[in-house]
Design a protein around this ligand. Sequence first.
Ligand code: HOZ
Length: 424
Amino acid sequence: MTRSEELFARAQRVIPGGVNSPVRAFKAVGGSPPFIVWGEGSHVRDADGRSYIDYLGSWGPLILGHAYPDVVQAVRDAALSGTSYGAPCPAEVELAERVVRSMPSIEKVRFVSSGTEAAMSALRLARGFSGRNKILKFEGCYHGHADGLLVAAGSGVATLGIPGSPGVPAGTVADTLTAPYNDLRAVEEVVSVHGRDLAAIIVEPVAGNMGCVLPASGYLEGLHDIARRAGALLVFDEVITGFRLGLGGAQAQYRVTPDLTCLGKIIGGGLPVGAYGGRADIMGRVAPEGPVYQAGTLSGNPLAMAAGCAALDALRRPGIYERLSALTARLAGGLAAAAKEAGAEVTINHVASMFTLFFCRGPVTDYRRAKAADTARFARFFHGMLRRGVYLPPAQFEAAFVSLAHTDLDVDATVRAAREAFAE
Ligand code: HOZ
């Protein structure tokens, strides 16, 4: 038994499934997860001393790589002054100003502790603001695990093939409408029936939780127009894409202005943070300025705020996003060429520094097409890569991430490993 296997066995005695978030348990790919004890730059090392080039990146936050020195220093400095106050602290203002400066659609922002809280709170606000109850989400998009959002959800819900979740009362999801991603006609149909009750349309502007799936040309603009006409709010879930596609997120890249935005991951520099923000008149409805209640003991936590500030400052250096995109494009090209040599049919979706390699032919533009991928083949490939020291997300329906710490040598080593793994 390896040390990781021992830890996993122990974990399963005291933690459900041995993990604190389902996708980490390797259910989709089989086997037993390495327990990680160390991360630096583009690499992680497990409890048995095996080192991996890491494309999980903690599921998105680590755009600067592991243990980025400025972030580590900021957390150290903050911790010396106390780890939580439950009272306002200057770092909250510092991070809020950085977010507002980077994303013009966000005039005011409220920090919470996770992406789940961000999406849940943004939708409560949308309902409180509009006085309407229904929300529209898209199949394969994942907005955290709040009750009303576990409908046709991506990420671990897709991986485990769970249609929704026991424990979610039917009444809680009765107001959650769904439509296929990238299909404006389906949205028009939903709106023609439910438009007057529709509080919000929530979307991942680039989906990251059915694997990486890009918006078709005109799709986000179309959602914006439909939401306007229906008098509903457009909510972008940029928990993954915020500060990943650029300082302005997907909304800057695709030039579409949402009413509300959910953030998380990168804005916490690897510490637990979420946020929601948007137009000042809407955010003005949040308590204590307005009546829509939302609160949290660790919201605006000084360590997380300090880490977030350090991370966002590091991302302002010129050329960073260009470098990330170029490296990711080179990796995607190398993987595609390696698949072709081995006769493996793959589709690689990538934008900026996120990508997914689907084992299927033809474009993957929605959840139906993503689900048609050969997940058994993915599992084989995943383990082939892991054995060769490359850590990909352990499920087909997830995005992988390149960080600033990845090098050309990492990319070359990854492509070499893929050449062998495709041939197995
Ligand atoms: N929901 C996350 C993936 N999209 C998983 C988070 C985790 O397990 O850390």
